[in-house]
Design a protein around this ligand. Sequence first.
Ligand code: ZN
Length: 199
Amino acid sequence: MTAFIYPATPHQRKHGPRGYVDYSSFRPWLRDEFSFSCIYCLIREQWGRVTGDFDIDHFIPQATDPNLTTDYDNLVLSCARCNQVKLSQHVPDPLTALTVHHLQIQPDGSLECYSREAESLVLKLDLNSPEMISWRLLWIRIIELARENDTDLLNQLMGFPTNLPNLGRLRPPGGNSRPEGIANCYFSQSERGELPAVF
Ligand SMILES: [Zn+2]
């Protein structure tokens, strides 16, 4: 476990809520879907002051296709910083392009890209700026220190938030195209005592 690691495989959507007229209603689903982390830069809710206060990014910008504004499969969980940098840019799909086969974080905090898609995303999201590199180094160091000296702090920073959304209680107006995901949501795992201390 390190502070930053992109997924090993492309992200397969677990959930499929439908029919909310306000896209912010998808927030609990997206928090669980993307493990309480920004899909672009990997910052975690647990590293900020207010958990659950991330933005919802429209992969295809709302201005490009308003019909996708409330399409769950067009929504990703993003930190405010990345959402504001992306704005209405068209970018490669982060669900497939942001995996360890496409890019990895180096010990100096920079991102090394192995594909054009990842290069494009890093450029458009400005993920290799000096500020982002020094921010990554800071968190790599914080997590290392916590691991060496303070297990409680490590569990707080690398564990799950306490306000896990209970997705099984939600009733999307248009149903759920992937109902099998409910049993694997983090709240359900927690209820079964299966939630790992850190992730
Ligand atoms: Zn971000």
